[in-house]
Design a protein around this ligand. Structure first.
Ligand SMILES: Cc1ncc(COP(=O)(O)O)c(C=O)c1O
Length: 370
């Protein structure tokens, strides 16, 4: 056995030591985007983490395999989390909880300029019979940390305790180690995800030059980054921010990556990572989280037209828009193997119908249904 295969085996054992509920359909498919690649001059692949199977799937399902095992281990009867009203995280959390007989409680925040209808993800939350509390987000609150919502979450925990239920507080996106989550479980899931992807590419006798994806609460990015550091150091891990500035995203990803490294590689191996090592682009965020733009909508149309694959305007549409722009600007070399990680999010397509109508309706007067 080579040193590299010994290291991989020992990491695999470290990953297997984490308790895990097998809720997701894994491995997710890896597909070649042949028509889009021919247009771009790089070899584009898509890793279909939108196909994880849990109530329409997405990247959160991988994380929930680990987090729900922790919920069970802590003997909780209910799980509380929070996010925007169209949260894919909350939808998959509700489904995972229901599957395991746990009561899901969601704090869903509406914001000016963002769709608020009972549709898309919030409709699916209702169908899963999640306990839903909807609030308007005021500017004093930041959703990315428990601190920003602690007063509200504490009240729900107390209410659960009065009802005789032990509540697990799940941090947004299973990313930061806070609330009831004492290990970086979301990022651990994506170290595992990176290994899965690497093995799929190795089976094709191909190397991975870069992985590009939407980054928000940070643990997908942190997990992929640690996975690449461990198994494939030449691979660039490129996050396209869909919510925060580059500096904020890098700081958050760095801290989760450090915790993840410690949880997996132990304190025996130093983790030398500075913020400059983390590649984050925030220019494709455009006007802000959840606000669609023409170029993103056209990118969604392009992938649907060329490859028959759907993206959403909040996360994956912006991420692919960034990837294609970076290709155009020469950030990637011709012939490189670039993986686009499809992180899901399709339920939100339906709440953005007005943006699709505005940008995609035929200009020749053809009638669309109203
Ligand atoms: C569809 C989709 N893609 C990407 C992300 C970002 O993942 P992370 O929160 O791990 O950064 C999210 C998070 O909500 C998401 O719903």
């Amino acid at each position: 056995m080579t040193d590299a295969s010994v290291a991989r085996e020992s990491l695999r054992k470290a990953l297997e030591a984490f308790p895990r509920c097998r809720l997701s359909h894994l491995p997710t498919p890896l597909e070649s985007l042949e028509r889009l690649s021919a247009r771009c001059g790089v070899n584009l692949f898509i890793k279909r983490d939108d196909q994880t199977g849990l109530a329409l799937g997405g990247n959160k399902s991988r994380k929930l395999d680990f987090l729900m095992a922790d919920v069970l281990a802590q003997g909780a009867q209910s799980v509380i989390s929070w996010a925007g009203v169209q949260s894919n995280w909350c939808r998959q959390l509700a489904a995972a909880s229901r599957k395991l007989g746990i009561h899901p409680i969601l704090l869903l925040f509406t914001r000016p300029r963002l769709p608020r209808a009972l549709d898309g993800n919030s409709l699916l939350d209702l169908i899963c019979d999640a306990e839903i509390h909807t609030l308007e987000l005021d500017s004093s609150r930041k959703l990315m940390t428990l601190d920003g919502v602690k007063d509200l979450v504490d009240r729900l925990v107390e209410k659960e305790a009065r009802a005789g239920r032990n509540a697990y507080v799940a941090p947004i996106g299973a990313s930061l180690m806070e609330g009831s989550m004492r290990k970086p479980l979301g990022a651990v899931a994506y170290v595992n995800g990176f290994l899965e992807l690497l093995e799929q590419m190795e089976a094709r006798k191909s190397r991975i030059d870069a992985v590009v994806f939407a980054t928000g609460s940070g643990s997908t990015h942190a997990g992929l980054f640690v996975g690449a550091r461990l198994f494939s150091p030449h691979t660039k891990i490129v996050g396209i921010s869909v919510s925060d500035s580059r500096a904020e995203t890098r700081e958050c990803v760095k801290s989760i990556a450090q915790q993840t490294w410690l949880a997996l590689a132990g304190s025996g191996r130093a983790f030398d990572c500075c913020e400059d090592d983390l590649v984050v682009f925030d220019e494709y965020l455009q006007e802000g989280y959840g606000i669609p733009d023409q170029s993103t909508i056209e990118t969604i149309r392009l992938l649907a037209r060329e490859e028959g694959i759907l993206l959403d305007p909040v996360y994956t549409g912006k991420a692919l828009n960034g990837l294609l722009d970076l290709v155009k600007k020469g950030y990637f070399q011709p012939g490189q193997n670039i993986i686009f990680l499809h992180t899901g999010g399709m339920p939100a397509i339906f709440v953005y119908r007005d943006a699709f109508r505005e940008y995609l309706a035929p200009k020749d007067g053809t009638d669309l249904p109203s």
